[in-house]
Design a protein around this ligand. Sequence first.
Ligand code: SF4
Ligand code: SF4
Ligand code: FES
Length: 328
Amino acid sequence: MSEEIKKIKFTIDGQTAEVLPGTSILEAARQIGGKSVPPAMCYYSKLEASGGRCRTCLVEVSKGSDADPRPIPKLVASCRTNVMDGMEVKNLTSEKTQDAREGVTEFLLINHPLDCPICDQAGECHLQDLSYEHGVEQTRTEFIRRTFEPEDIGENIKLNMNRCILCARCVLVADQLTEKREHGILFRGYHAEISTYLNKALDSDFIGNVIDVCPVGALTDRTARFASRVWFMNPMNATCKCEKCSGKAVIWMKGEEIIRVTGRKDEWGEVEEFICDTCRFHRKDLKFWNVEGPRNIDRHSVISLNHYKKPEEYHRLPENAKVAEIGE
Ligand code: SF4
Ligand code: SF4
Ligand code: FES
């Protein structure tokens, strides 16, 4: 008979939950939900070995555990630190954490162009959110920012290295989802950059997922670049018959036209399921898709500024859309 695993008690900003041993502080906070969940620019629960690179998720541990209640002297990366029974953590309630996040944001932006008005990620960019919440108004750096020319890495993906924060999520996607990885982080420290080996094309079946996992506008979809701002599109859940992936995607519509296809992201900005490149890049026609209906958009999202309607209020699907039956 299997023994039931005893849950442990965890508190963040005064909110308590019971979680399984081995849960990270970040995942435990996500189980509680709300504003106390630390931001995460490099951790991605669907990718093994992600996290520990960006430091945006730093938190203060004010009580280590019931067994050893001493605080941890330094801030810890919540994505890489597991909870202990009785642990108490401060995120929003910690001045130290908020100060550190401001510093981390400043470092992330040291070489970043912040060219949001022409960046395809604008409106759904975690760095943009972080800058609004924790950024300083003016840069304190005087040196010249390092710059790169945008590069096509394959037929469908554009790399704009100026915007990269070296979170390594795209490298993990290539390692874990494709058969051979042909890009990575080259060089070290200030010189580090994402690049391909000898201008290789990234063209394996699932490589397009690098676009979805990239937290910034460093990797964008060449088939949809500059086609529309996100807040002018209507994202709809849609399904297609696909042999390579589940076919569950989001089609981003402008009128009757599919501008782009992405995975379905959850409230933490992570895709629920990775989709294949055929669905993402080659199914831009409604004939491929069963449209389930509009996605629920967080009312704080800039996409909702487009007077985006909730599913129950929605009355206008594209004329040639096939609407899926429940259970189909
Ligand atoms: S990656 Fe984000 S913060 Fe950077 S330019 Fe694009 S939208 Fe702005
Ligand atoms: S290109 Fe995007 S996903 Fe890849 S390391 Fe840079 S920021 Fe991360
Ligand atoms: S999300 Fe934890 S270090 Fe990046």
